[in-house]
Every structure is written in structure tokens, then in C-alpha cells.
Design a protein around this ligand. Structure first.
Ligand code: NAD
Length: 297
């Protein structure tokens, strides 16, 4: 049985590790949070006491960590020294392109195959095994990466060499941040104009304004499919994670000379939402800030 070490069992990683169990893999799971480990153990994984213990004897190591510094540290301190040289290493976290390339270079120097494979789809897709993966890796390794990700994926696309997966992810999430704010602004305006939110949803989701932030992840509670907005914006994709991605996009835009004024405005709005103390809420909660309704939380 293929042995997977899964490191980082939060909102996304917990569901993803459970999908690996459903896919028939022998999963050794580790997180800094014991509660997160317990949840994945109840889904059939084996809990590990450390990253070193989890990666011992692994065929593949999958990481799903908050940000670049976590990824750099966990790979350098715990994975490279302890994983078997034959293990395929896949980082699914969203991090900056430079960090992904640096970890890939170190992995190669230590004799490992490595891929950056960030995801799109949110926690519902993580739980259902229907994530979209965008992969940066050597072409020769892509088949093994795709096979390893299969129990968690709806689609896996190779974006290019190391770092290309993260480049695709940053561009995608800048678009997502902008489209979520646009969707929230449209709901806020519809409300002021006296439109019922469910009517507006029904019309716009069948019209040219439709987008994923509206039809799949509607920010207005009780409208459309079940989303984080129906749980008082708990779980899902934290606004401070979106802010992290928008910052990465703006840094990349500044370095490359790309013009991204809406990405810039989206970053400023999420920065404000975070400073007001709501960074832990789902990113669709920015609707309540635009409505002047933060007392709702
Ligand atoms: P999360 O904060 O819920 O989970 C991260 C987990 O990593 C936590 O459980 C934390 O305890 C663990 N962790 C941190 N340092 C660790 C270490 N040294 N060793 C082991 N575990 C450690 O975050 P999340 O929402 O699951 O997001 C994870 C990544 O996925 C982020 O990079 C995020 O940008 C990306 N992402 C999230 C979503 C989403 O909808 N939540 C969607 C796509 C991509």
C-alpha cells in the first residue's frame, strides 16, 4: 500500500488527508494541533508525534501549511533530514514563487523529486476530493505527482517548471479576491436598491455577472449552495489567507512590472478587514464590512 506522510491538517489539509485514506493509501499524519490530528485519525489515518516520525518510510510526503516561512522551515529542518531519498515531495500550500523555487533547489540538491502543487476549490472541494491542482515540477515527475494527488483531485494541470504552480495560483487568487469583492459590492448595492438577495442571486447567477464567487461561494447567508456565510463566516478560506495571497500577487506584480490596480484595491480592502479584527473569518465576510454591518459577527 502506498504510504503517504501528510503534514498540515488544517481547514484544507484535514479533508485532503482523509481523501488519501479513502483512496486506499496508508496515511501518517502530523500537525502542531492535536485536535487536527485526532480528526484525521478518526477518518482512518495514523497519527504521528512529529514530522520526522510521519515521513519515515514514506513513498510520498504532502505538505499543506499556512505560508512560505512554514514551508521553508519544515522542509529544511524535518523533511529533508528524515524522509527516504526515494520519497516524492509535494507542497500544496500557497506560497511565494521564490520560496517554492528555493525549496525545490534544496530538494534537488538533497536528491529528492519535488513539486509545488497549490490548489483551488476551497474546503468543500478538499473534503470531496475535487480540488484543482496547478503543478510546477520536472516534466519527468508529473505522472507520479498526478497519481499521488488523484484521490484529492478533480483536475491536475502542469503549469511548468518549479514555481510555475505558485505563479498560476497567485494569479488565480488575485482574480478570486477581486471577484469576491465585486460580488459583495453587487449584493450590497442590490440591498440598497430594495432587491431581495435570493432574487438577485437567481438572476445574476444566470446572467453575465455570474462567477464562482457568486454561484459556488455566495457571500450572502442563506442564498445559493451552503457556504461559509451560512456558518457565520467560520471555516472556509480565512480573510488573512486571502490577504497573504493578494500581497504575494502585488509583490510579484511590482517585481515583474505588471499593472494590477484592482488587485491593489482588493489587497487594501482585505488589509482593512484584517486590521478591524476579522482576518480569521472567511474571506466572503468582507460583505458585512461593505454593508457597514460588522456588528453581525
Ligand atoms: P489552516 O491554518 O487551517 O491550516 C494550516 C495547518 O498547518 C494548521 O492546522 C497548523 O497547525 C499547521 N501547521 C503550521 N505549522 C506547522 C508545522 N510546523 N508542522 C505541522 N503543522 C503545522 O490553513 P488552511 O486554510 O488549511 O490553508 C493551508 C494552505 O492552503 C494555505 O497556504 C492557504 O493559502 C492554502 N489554501 C487554502 C484554501 C482554503 O479555502 N482554506 C484554499 C486554497 C488554498
Amino acid at each position: 500500500m502506498t504510504r503517504i506522510a501528510f503534514i498540515g491538517l488544517g481547514n484544507m489539509g484535514g479533508g485532503m488527508a482523509a481523501r488519501q485514506v479513502v483512496g486506499g493509501r496508508d496515511v501518517a499524519a502530523f500537525d502542531l494541533s492535536e485536535a487536527a490530528i485526532a480528526k484525521v485519525v478518526s477518518a482512518g489515518a495514523t497519527g504521528a508525534k512529529s514530522v520526522a516520525e510521519a515521513v519515515k518510510g514514506a513513498d510520498a510526503v504532502i505538505t499543506m501549511l499556512p505560508a512560505g516561512p512554514h514551508v521553508r522551515k519544515v522542509y529544511a529542518d524535518d523533511i529533508f533530514p528524515n524522509a527516504p531519498g526515494s520519497a516524492l515531495l509535494i507542497d500544496c500550500s500557497t506560497i511565494d514563487v521564490d520560496a517554492a523555487r528555493a525549496v525545490a533547489t534544496q530538494a534537488k540538491a538533497a536528491g529528492f523529486r519535488f513539486a509545488d502543487a497549490p490548489v483551488s476549490g476551497g474546503t468543500a472541494a478538499a473534503d470531496a476530493g475535487t480540488l484543482a491542482f496547478m503543478v510546477g515540477c520536472d516534466e519527468a515527475d508529473f505522472y507520479s505527482v498526478e497519481e499521488t494527488l488523484k484521490p484529492m483531485s478533480r483536475v491536475t494541470i502542469r503549469a511548468g517548471d518549479h514555481g510555475a504552480g505558485q505563479a498560476a495560483k497567485i494569479c488565480n487568487n488575485m482574480l478570486l479576491g477581486i471577484s469576491m469583492i465585486g460580488t459583495c459590492e453587487a449584493f450590497a448595492l442590490a440591498e440598497k436598491l430594495g432587491l431581495a438577495p435570493d432574487r438577485f442571486f437567481e438572476i445574476a447567477s444566470k446572467s453575465s455577472g455570474n462567477c464562482w464567487s457568486l454561484s459556488t461561494y455566495a457571500p450572502w447567508p442563506g442564498v445559493g449552495p451552503q457556504t461559509a456565510s451560512d456558518r457565520n463566516y467560520e471555516g472556509g478560506f480565512a480573510a488573512n489567507m486571502m490577504l497573504k495571497d493578494l500581497k504575494l500577487a502585488q509583490e510579484a506584480a511590482a517585481r515583474s512590472g505588471a499593472t494590477t490596480p484592482l488587485g491593489n484595491s482588493a489587497e487594501a480592502l482585505y488589509q482593512l478587514f484584517d486590521r478591524l479584527g476579522f482576518g480569521g473569518k472567511d474571506f466572503s465576510g468582507v460583505l458585512q464590512m461593505l454593508r457597514g454591518n460588522l456588528a453581525q459577527f
